[in-house]
Design a protein around this ligand. Structure first.
Ligand code: DX5
Ligand code: ZN
Length: 222
């Protein structure tokens, strides 16, 4: 059985001066999950926000929060993001030598939340192999993490098949450059969670854009 199509607008492209309105706009527009990009200025060359903002979004959101940690030390902050209301918590496999990654995935699941790992475009997908049994979700980066509005990298499209070949049966998310012209390729490759920042928040009619994305993904899976 295939996983449901989930459109996950990335709040990185939202207007932070009116965050509650932006959340309501994409939720009313049909968003399934809200994607929150946490950057520490160390793992990636950009800084965004921490648990305080995740908590603020949680208080106005109705849909699950998909929190993407682009940080060097997820061990230090995971509990704070779970306390703040993350429903799915994903960190990067590139930091796995810096701590006990299996232990952290089990901590996340032990709190009843979905546990995810992400990988950069130049990271060997085999790095995920030791963690397959501990994962609910793999977030495949289709740009280098750090900034919205980058161009989709088609090399990401090989990864879902490789994950299935490793026995991974969970949800596969793709993040970076997802829009009307790339979502069908991602869906055909086996992705079911589609993170889209610029495409959704840059659209004058978010509801129409989310519907367009969902339709294109569904058509590509048929
Ligand atoms: C990039 C982030 C993405 C980003 C996607 O590091 O992980 O979630 O916001 O933005 P777009 O959809 O504009 O590529
Ligand atoms: Zn992201």
């Amino acid at each position: 059985m295939s996983h449901p199509i989930r459109i996950a607008p990335s709040l990185l492209a939202a207007d932070f001066s009116r965050l509650a309105d932006e959340v309501a706009s994409v939720e009313q527009g049909g968003a399934d999950w809200l994607h929150l990009d946490v950057m520490d200025g160390h793992f990636v060359p950009n800084l965004t926000f921490g648990p305080v903002v995740v908590d603020a979004v949680k208080r106005c959101a109705k849909r699950p929060l998909d929190v993407h940690l682009m940080i060097t030390n997820p061990w230090k902050y995971a509990d704070a993001f779970l306390d703040a209301g993350a429903d799915c918590l994903t960190f990067h496999v590139e930091v796995d030598q810096l701590g006990d990654a299996i232990g952290l995935l089990r901590t996340i699941r032990g709190r009843g939340k979905k546990a995810g790992l992400s990988l950069q475009p130049d990271t060997d997908v085999q790095r995920l192999r030791p963690y397959i049994a501990e994962l609910d979700l793999v977030l495949v980066m289709s740009v280098f993490a750090g900034f919205g509005g980058q161009k989709f990298m088609p090399s990401a499209l090989e990864r879902p098949r490789a994950l299935r070949a490793m026995g991974f049966a969970g949800e596969i998310s793709m993040d970076g450059g997802i829009g009307p012209s790339t979502i069908a390729m991602a869906a055909a490759a086996g992705v079911n969670v589609f993170v889209a920042g610029t495409a959704v928040f840059g659209a004058p009619d978010r509801q129409a854009k989310i519907a367009e994305l969902r339709k294109a993904a569904a058509a590509a899976r048929d």
